[in-house]
Every structure is written in structure tokens, then in C-alpha cells.
Design a protein around this ligand. Structure first.
Ligand SMILES: Cc1cc2nc3c(=O)[nH]c(=O)nc-3n(C[C@H](O)[C@H](O)[C@H](O)COP(=O)(O)O)c2cc1C
Length: 316
């Protein structure tokens, strides 16, 4: 039996779990796609069960080898990558990667990619048939593959069609990941909502490039890559805020340059219900767990009983 002291302490523990349209997260911190591999790569650094969720690498119908090197360039307060969606393909993902992931006590989200709507549909259908996946994240925003993908995220009609088509093929909660490489992100967000998205995640990396002045060549084999890390946080915050203000009625997941709990809390205040951590994982593999712990501590210190109290709290 609990003493009154025990009860007091229990009531004092903030609830930082999140429910987003059928997706349950034990805490609001998710490892972002492409920066956490298939989870297993991080298992010797952190207890993966402490995460709200893991978004696995962008998964396509067929295995992809990705872009030629160089694939990574460090920049001021960030990095450029042009991995080019290297991944094992959906069949091998189900056979080789999912058995490890489904044993974890955390939400598993699969980031899906395609060059055509039919390819997105095929990946979604295959993932709908297996146990252990909590949600899909549709990547309509990859800045560093030449064909397909990016187009779906920069044209509202294509966004609407692609999301609507995938919506029909899956019973899983459908998250749509938005590109920052647009003039008005709320137009694309609305198209995704109209197409049947359950959740919006934003942002993917910003298109960028880097030059070697000695060889006079681009540093990335693909010439153009995606900028991520602290350099993009102000842009990401602004975009989450704009989509929040558009009142589309969908929960938002904030992504972009989050390194600390303070960064994450800024995203909650501009309207995100959860966050994803990307580049920070590559600098400190324990970053996501530290951010979750820091959020919990902030709630205790400031008397927040439920993490939802922070969402959209910005005073302006
Ligand atoms: C090396 C690398 C690979 C990535 N691969 C993917 C991917 O496969 N699919 C995807 O949707 N986003 C991918 N991203 C984008 C991240 O998930 C995230 O949206 C972006 O990096 C911004 O967050 P950050 O500043 O915290 O890194 C990748 C990012 C990096 C750095």
C-alpha cells in the first residue's frame, strides 16, 4: 500500500506522454529518420525503450545504394548531407530489421519514400500487413534525390494526390513530413491535411551546397544536399508556428536543429506536440534521451502537470 508521501510523489510526476491521432508516444521525443539508422545502431549507447519513438531510415520499394561520395559536409552550426535515401528496401526491412524493432517498448515509425505515387502505395501496403509498426511518415520532401520525392512536397496538387493515394492503402496513422523548400509551407500543409494526413512533421532539411575552392568542385557528389542542425532551428520554429496558426486541426511534430530540452520546449510553445531529433544524434548518440529527461525536469520545475499544457503557449 502507498503512503500519502508516495501518493504525493506520484501525483507530482508530470505526464509527458502524447497521443497524436492514434499514435501513442510515452514521451514526446522521437529519433528522426536517417539519423538513427534502424535503431539497432544506437542500442549500445542508449536504452531505446526510453524514447518516445524511432523513425527509421526512408524506406523504398527496392533497395537503394544512395548517392556517390562525398555525402556529408560540415557547415557553420550544421551539416549538409546527400545520402540519397540509401536503404535496404521494404522487403529486407520487414525481414531483417523489424524483428529487432518490434521487441522494443517504443513506437516504431517507418519513413516511406517513392519516385511515384504507386511506389509509395506499395511500401505502405506491405507495411500495413505486418505487426510492430505504430505509424508511417511519408517523406515528400527529400532535397537530395534527383527524381520524384521532392516534387510531391513542393506542389500542393501533387501533395494532395500523393497523400490521398497513400491514405487509401494504409490503416496506420499517417504522418506527412513537410519540406521547408517552399514559399508558403501552410499551403502544402493544408494540401496534406485535405489528402487525409493524421499528423504533420516539419521540417526536413533545407536545400544547400558547398564548394571546394581548390578543386573548384562541389563538395557533395550530388552537388546539392540537405542542410540540418542548429543552423536551421529558427527556420523550423517559424514554419511550425505558421502551420500552427493556420489551424488545420492536425497535431504537429517539430523537427530542425533540436539539441537540448530548451530547444524542444521552444517547439512546443510554437505549436508542436512532439519533436524529432536528427543531427544531434550524430554528435551525441545519447542526445534524444537527454532531451526527454530535460523536458521531464522542466515540467517538474515549472509545475507543468501535462506536457500538452505547453503546446502553443507562446505569448505574443
Ligand atoms: C544524414 C541524414 C540523413 C537523413 N535521412 C532522412 C531520410 O531518410 N528521410 C527523411 O525524411 N529525412 C531524413 N533526414 C532529415 C532529418 O530526419 C531531419 O528532418 C533534418 O535533419 C532536420 O532535423 P535536424 O536539424 O535535427 O537534423 C536526414 C538527415 C540527415 C542529417
Amino acid at each position: 500500500m502507498l503512503s500519502w508521501k508516495g501518493l504525493f510523489r506520484m501525483n507530482d510526476v508530470p505526464d509527458i506522454s502524447v497521443r497524436l491521432a492514434g499514435l501513442y508516444l510515452k514521451n514526446p521525443v522521437i529519433m528522426a529518420s536517417g539519423t538513427s539508422g534502424y535503431g539497432e545502431e544506437f542500442a549500445s549507447f542508449i536504452d531505446l525503450n526510453q524514447l518516445g519513438g524511432i523513425v527509421v531510415k526512408g524506406t523504398s520499394v527496392r533497395e537503394r545504394l544512395g548517392n556517390p561520395p562525398g555525402r556529408i559536409v560540415e557547415t557553420a552550426s550544421g551539416m549538409l548531407n546527400s545520402i540519397g535515401l540509401q536503404n535496404v528496401g521494404v522487403k529486407r526491412f520487414i525481414r531483417e530489421k523489424l524483428p529487432f524493432l518490434r521487441k522494443l517498448d517504443t513506437s516504431i515509425i517507418v519513413n516511406i519514400v517513392g519516385d511515384t505515387v504507386e511506389e509509395y502505395q506499395e511500401v505502405a501496403m506491405r507495411l500495413d500487413e505486418v505487426e510492430g509498426i505504430s505509424a508511417l511518415e511519408m517523406n515528400i520532401s527529400c532535397p537530395n534525390v534527383k527524381e520524384g520525392c521532392m516534387l510531391f512536397g513542393t506542389d500542393p496538387r501533387q501533395t494532395y494526390q500523393a497523400v490521398k493515394s497513400v491514405r487509401k492503402t494504409t490503416t496506420l496513422p499517417l504522418m506527412v513530413k513537410l519540406s521547408p523548400n517552399v514559399t508558403d509551407i501552410t499551403v502544402i500543409a493544408k494540401a496534406a491535411a485535405d489528402g487525409g494526413a493524421d499528423i504533420l512533421s516539419l521540417i526536413n532539411s533545407l536545400s544547400g551546397m558547398a564548394v571546394d575552392i581548390n578543386t573548384r568542385k562541389p563538395l557533395l557528389g550530388n552537388i546539392i544536399g540537405g542542410l540540418s542542425g542548429p543552423a536551421i532551428k529558427p527556420v523550423a520554429l517559424r514554419m511550425v508556428w505558421e502551420v500552427h496558426k493556420a489551424e488545420l486541426g492536425l497535431p504537429l511534430i517539430g523537427i530542425g536543429g533540436i539539441m537540448t530540452a530548451t530547444d524542444a520546449i521552444e517547439f512546443f510553445m510554437v505549436g508542436a506536440s512532439a519533436v524529432q531529433i536528427g543531427t544531434a544524434n550524430l554528435i551525441d548518440p545519447t542526445a534524444s534521451v537527454k532531451v526527454a529527461e530535460g523536458i521531464r525536469r522542466y515540467c517538474v520545475d515549472t509545475g507543468i502537470k501535462n506536457i500538452s499544457e505547453l503546446v502553443g503557449l507562446l505569448n505574443c
